[in-house]
Design a binder for this molecule. Sequence first.
Ligand code: ZN
Length: 217
Amino acid sequence: MKERDYYPAVQRFTKSKLGCFTTAVDTGTKLGRVDVVGLKDVGGRLDGEGEVVAIEVKRGRSPFLASIGQAAAYSVLADRCYFADIRDSWTDEEFEVAQELRVGLLSLGGASRPRVRIALDAPRSTSVTSLRAELVERLHYSVCTICRAFFRRGEPGRFRQHVATSSPKAAAASNKGFMYWLEEQDSRSSNDSALLYTRRYVCPGCISALWPAASDD
Ligand SMILES: [Zn+2]
């Protein structure tokens, strides 16, 4: 089996055991791609905070240090990083390195429908805010400026599928979120094109709560 053949099992595990509500494979930014990425809500009932989980998958034949180094590098993009490898056990030395690099370990069974289990939980890492946000956008999600939660902004090939751009009221009328651009902040960015790229979002839930649909006023 190729490395990719293990992605679906890891994806299922990322949902069922790591608590992610969406996952993607082989997704990334200009900096590089991540084998399996997931998004999860961690703020409970009273906060919108989410986490990005990134997993490097290997099939048991790669040098440990190089592979876990790849997983550790994901920490610029993600809040929790794991290295998944085909094996039954890990040595004390490997556990020590994983803890030092703040990477979790997942053991993959080698079968065609492999079992995945957590050997070491991933601690939280400090991602680079702008790079993390870029990765989230690649999953067709964005972060709501108001409630701070992830929400589904688009679909493959349809970046703005679930957001309106004309006004919050128009967004409310179409049960969508809202996407808007910030001129002043954009002028301070490195953007030298005529188009504005600095943008923010409001999720459909916040829109419908705060901007009653056009018919209501
Ligand atoms: Zn919101």
